[in-house]
Design a protein. Sequence first.
Length: 199
Amino acid sequence: MAPRRVKPSLYISVDIEADGPIPGPWSMLSLGAAVAGVQDADGFTAADPGERTFYRELRPISEDFVPEALAVSGLDRARLITEGTEPAVALAEFADWVREVSAGAQPVMCGYPASYDWTFLYWYLIRFTGQSPFGHSGCLDMKTLYATKAGLPLRAVAKGTMPRDLLSRRRHTHHALDDAVEQAELFANLMRWPGPGPA
């Protein structure tokens, strides 16, 4: 039997800003994405994370919001109600962008941590487009990746515990595109990192 051909994985760093803890009752307000790199049988090749990017600000889907969550992003919710892109339009444009940049590869969303961003992203994709270009499980958590390589319990991991040369030199601004680009650099560094040296 011939070996099964496996497509390369194209990793896309995604960051979202939202006005609450879960989608549905609360809203995703912005979505940023940056191509981080590709992995095939020959290994991982980093991309320039500023080269292929996507960014949209979205119209809220409910009247409810958590003031503390909204304050993190600094987005003006009143402005987004009138000027934000309709979620169905924004998510369709995002899905098209993912398919375009991942032609010939399987797209994988990566985030830090992926759990929050993936929850909103997947829910919005299914709710507003009916499908996800990542499938139902095409996500990779950078926090878990680091914990595994470093041999640490997941709860012991924070960016402040990582070697400084793994971190991006860019600031984490809570602007979804800025943070997606920053985290794409972190992801590329993690993929190339062999792990800690001998204790």
